[in-house]
Design a protein around this ligand. Sequence first.
Ligand code: 2AM
Ligand code: CA
Ligand code: CA
Ligand code: CA
Length: 266
Amino acid sequence: MDIQAVDQFAQQLIKEAARRIRESFSYDLHVETKSSDSDLVTNVDRETELFFIEQIKTFDATHRILAEEGMGEQVTDLTGVVWVIDPIDGTMNFVKQHRHFMISVGVLVDGVGKLGYIFDVMREDLFHAIAGVGAWYNGTPLRKLENLTIEQSVIGINARWVTENKYVDYEQVSKLVRTVRGTRSYGSAAMEIAFVVSGKLDAYMSMRLAPWDIAGGVIIANEVGAVTSTLAGEPVQFLQSNTFIIANPSIHPILLDQYIHLLPRD
Ligand code: 2AM
Ligand code: CA
Ligand code: CA
Ligand code: CA
């Protein structure tokens, strides 16, 4: 695969998809719920995903696409070139706030992340990386993350973490919330990951994320030294949903060892 050519194509494609999403505000949005009242999808999520699939297949018919709304083919292995795409990450923000939603794209070759993109559709801000080459924010190189303490950290965390839940001991998380400098919750996993790789947040954690929420971000994270794993400290997988944490390397082990105590699962 010609990485430079795919990178150029991907950047143009993402910007064009974003332009179409911005235009969609001028026509009717059809909002439906999926697994629950908080799990939303719109015609624009689906249309954007279809646009990606058509354009990628025209670029190279051998490339496969794993995307949230399932408009592509079934992808059950990662051989060859696989694009892992979330056409709109933060659909609730898209519907309610008309901002704070991302396009997230990761390009894998034989299961290894090669190109990663997170694009803020309304701000037209691009975070991207080429594995082994570097990572950029709107063309400016992102720097390696600097060490800091838990007390100096600002952490992306959802309010559910400090209520009773089936994943973690919430009293330990409450202790973390009282220890850190601040907490934030943005409602788009890709946006929070983009903030960690650019040092605007020092960690972000989620009890359940799918491959398309994290693929682009994990590839960018590797280039700046941000550590990604499941909450059990295992490597993240691109074919299944799991718990997720991304953090500055100086606090990742402390978060897992001292503050995130997984509850036994049946
Ligand atoms: P989405 O907007 O693409 O659905 C919201 O807190 C974040 O979690 C968003 O990034 C959202 O992505 C993601 N999310 C929402 N529901 C989810 C689910 N059932 N499984 C995994 N991720 C989910
Ligand atoms: Ca969704
Ligand atoms: Ca998502
Ligand atoms: Ca989505």
